[in-house]
Design a protein around this ligand. Structure first.
Ligand code: ASP
Length: 451
């Protein structure tokens, strides 16, 4: 059994949806399908999810949201007309309007409920189209199927454990194709809650884990995952096989092909993920597995991500003061800022956090508390750090990668603010100033992929 998830570009318009349905029908094992909302049809198009967010923003600013709502509805009715399933339009229109105009106790509830309507409507259209071409398909309502999420985690849903048992029933009746909307589920109180952006990947992974699928197919618009961002390097090395751990590190540091939270549900059940291209289904794609058998290169991938801040603290004899680090970390904990990395020296420690969490306001508060509570010698805060990572399981057994990488970066005039090699030896991390992020990725790619 395969669970096949299709992303927004695969569902952007009627011809794309026809391709999706051809792919689904070409393999009888593909009987659970997870869909995103229609994505961009051309480069400056707007994704349906963003249009839905516009509806909410307009309402919150005192408008009616009508204009953006009409754009959403006309996007779906155009798709449905072209696929010759116009019967679904009134149902879609009625539900989106009802959800958008209902009363909610918080703005976040309104936002999540409206945001989910892109996936919900996509699933109805795909199910209707598959039925219209002669194969039985049903739209699955996440609330009826029991995709339950923690209460109050709007926009960053966390799954409740019973969900897996509930969704395992989707494996029954394999002759019927189940079309499941991605990106959202329900709290036990009946509220719609979405995952973070790109979260249909998570829904697919949860479903694959629940039915114990043989494989989780994630259909997108590239032939494979590439060793480096293809916008930075011409014809980068395609990755045929990659481990969950490598992918986790690369997703963390900027690879966007798969949502970073989508790995865990399939990882613990050892279900491989196959990234495939809807526009070129013959291409093998990339397999994400527990243990690799193919090692075509020493390094698997290079990624870079901006948006980090560093808080560097110096205190003479820090190493002898019992509990110093614990007190420092407690300040971040109490201020609700999670720590990404913690490189340290004898008398110095750097706390790396994301800019998103470490707002100017938080910075002022945390700075004051460190000064008041910890009696440090000096503190330096920088708000422009990028992280560049080199990832590869094969690195553990080879000597000299760090030397080559650091030499290449230094020859290119890039100052290394932080260097860190994880104990697992599958990754190395370099902290550089944000303005050097892409340059550093290119330099490392050139150095390490020239075998
Ligand atoms: N439609 C949602 C988004 O644009 C979720 C997804 O496509 O996975 O983020």
């Amino acid at each position: 059994m395969k669970v096949a998830k299709f992303g927004g570009s695969s569902l952007a318009d009627a011809p794309q949806i026809m391709k999706v349905c051809d792919i689904v029908l070409s393999d009888p094992a593909r009987n659970i399908v997870v869909v995103s909302a229609p994505g961009k049809r051309f480069s400056n198009d707007i994704k349906v999810t963003d249009l839905l967010i516009n509806v909410v923003n307009d309402k919150l600013n005192g408008g009616s949201g009508e204009e953006a709502l009409n754009k959403v509805i006309s996007r779906f009715s155009d798709i449905a007309e072209k696929l010759k399933v116009p019967q679904v339009v009134s149902e879609i229109e009625e539900k989106i309007s009802r959800i958008a105009n209902a009363e909610y106790s918080t703005d976040n509830e309104l936002l999540d409920s409206v945001k989910a309507m892109g996936e919900d409507s996509s699933a109805k259209i795909v199910a209707a189209y598959i039925n219209s071409i002669g194969k039985k398909a049903i739209y699955c309502d996440p609330s009826e199927c029991g995709l339950f999420l923690e209460h109050d985690k709007m926009g960053k849903a966390i799954i409740l454990p019973e969900t897996y048992d509930n969704l395992s029933k989707l494996a029954d009746d394999p002759d019927t194709i189940k079309v499941f909307p991605g990106f959202y589920g329900y709290s036990k109180e009946g509220r719609i809650i979405t995952f973070s952006r790109g979260g249909s990947d998570i829904t697919g992974s949860i479903l694959a884990a629940a039915v114990n699928a043989d494989i989780y197919e994630n259909w997108t618009d590239v032939d494979s995952v590439f060793a480096v961002n293809p916008n930075l390097v011409k014809n980068p090395f395609p990755i045929k096989e990659i481990t969950y751990n490598e992918m986790r590190e690369l997703s963390y540091a900027g690879f966007t092909v798969l949502h970073e939270e989508a790995l865990y549900p399939v990882f613990i059940r050892n279900i491989p993920i196959n990234i495939k291209n809807t526009n070129n289904p013959q291409a093998q794609g990339t397999m994400i597995v527990r243990n690799r058998t193919h090692f075509e290169s020493l390094i698997t991938g290079i990624a870079g991500k901006k948006g980090f801040c560093t808080v560097t603290i110096n205190k003479y004899l820090m190493n002898r003061q019992v509990g110093f680090l614990a007190s420092l970390l407690r300040i971040f904990e109490e201020e609700g800022v999670s720590i990404e990395h913690l490189p340290s020296g004898i008398d110095t420690v750097t706390v790396i956090v994301t800019k998103k969490q470490f707002t100017e306001e938080k910075e002022a508060k945390i700075k004051a508390r460190i000064n008041d509570e910890l009696n440090v010698d000096s503190m330096n805060i920088e708000r422009d750090l990028a992280i560049v990572m080199i990832v590869g399981e094969a690195m553990a057994n080879s000597v000299g990668i760090m030397a080559r990488a650091a030499t290449a970066l230094s020859n290119a005039g890039i100052n290394l603010r932080i260097v860190d090699q994880g104990a697992s030896e599958i990754s190395m991390m370099f902290g550089v100033s944000e303005s050097y992020c892409e340059y550093a990725e290119r330099v490392l790619y050139k150095e390490l992929f020239r075998y």
